[in-house]
Design a protein. Structure first.
Length: 167
């Protein structure tokens, strides 16, 4: 339908566009990709919380103890010049702060999370490589005369031109 820029026509075009959009979205959602994506996001968010807890509650306290009983989450610089005993006090007073201790914890979070994702992707790539090699082996066979790799359905070797028995 060719819509004119009259209000009534615009309403009709808008309604038809909504129906088409909903139809396309329904097709996208039913394919399963959106479900995989949603599951990945939920698992990723949960894994991120686990890593954050690991960094804040297990990793950083011993590191803080080793460098002189420092609580990294409480390291900050007050931009007002007024000294505060803790980050919580500075925030309660409304003072602007640079929270480099919290940033350090976040960097550790990122490094651990990215390393874990790297290990997962690395394993998935190895599995894909093994599966691809197995598929390639199924598609080829060895010539019994020259030992070259040839297509599995070949009746003559492309390298030595020997006639091959059917497999």
């Amino acid at each position: 339908m060719n819509c004119r820029f009259r209000l009534q026509s615009l309403k009709i075009c808008f309604r038809q566009g909504n129906r088409q959009l909903l139809k396309e979205f329904r097709g996208f959602a039913v394919r399963g990709n959106i479900l995989d994506l949603a599951v990945g996001i939920v698992i990723g968010a949960a894994f991120g919380r686990v890593v954050t807890s690991f960094v804040n509650d297990i990793l950083m306290p011993p590191i803080g103890l080793l460098v002189g009983k420092v609580d990294f989450s409480n390291l900050f610089i007050s931009l007002t010049g007024v000294p505060y005993a803790s980050l919580a006090q500075a925030k309660a007073a409304g003072a602007p702060t640079i929270n480099y201790g919290v940033f350090t914890n976040t960097v550790f979070d990122f490094v651990i999370l990215s390393f874990a994702v790297f290990l997962i992707v690395r394993q998935v790539n190895r599995i894909k490589e093994v599966l691809a090699t197995e598929e390639k082996k199924a598609e080829t066979r060895e010539c019994p005369y020259c030992l070259s790799a040839i297509p599995a359905r070949a009746t003559r070797c492309r390298y030595c031109t020997a006639e091959l028995p059917p497999e």
